[in-house]
Ligand binder design. Structure first.
Ligand SMILES: [Ca+2]
Length: 114
């Protein structure tokens, strides 16, 4: 049974590595979008990344993840969006970077896209 446990342990480790990798991707995406370098994403910075979205939609997405309601997303708020159920449902098939995954999930949850 030791072998079985070892296999299980390996799978668990792989899972953890994957989660860590996704966190890293997410943090890198955040940094890239944060052009002012203040560690907060405002509407303008998000608009630069999601040029296809209207400002109104972006504001809705921010408010969805904006826990302290300052109108901007901190790294923590940004990452916590990954815990959203819709995000977890989406993440398996999404081919885009972590940043887009998060916002696509939030959009879906808001019913802005079908
Ligand atoms: Ca905030």
């Amino acid at each position: 049974m030791a072998e079985f446990n070892n296999k299980k342990g390996k799978a668990e480790l792989k899972k953890q590595n994957k989660a860590a990798e996704e966190d890293k991707q997410s943090a890198e995406s955040f940094k890239k979008a944060d052009t002012s370098g203040d560690s907060l994403l405002d509407v303008a910075e998000l608009k630069a990344v999601f040029s296809e979205l209207s400002e109104k939609r972006i504001k809705v997405l921010i408010s969805r993840a904006d826990k302290d309601e300052d109108g901007m997303l901190s790294v923590k708020e940004f990452n916590s969006a990954k815990g959203e159920k819709a995000f977890q449902n989406n993440v398996k098939n999404a081919k885009q970077n972590a940043y887009k995954k998060i916002f696509k999930a939030l959009e879906k949850e808001e019913g802005l896209v079908s």
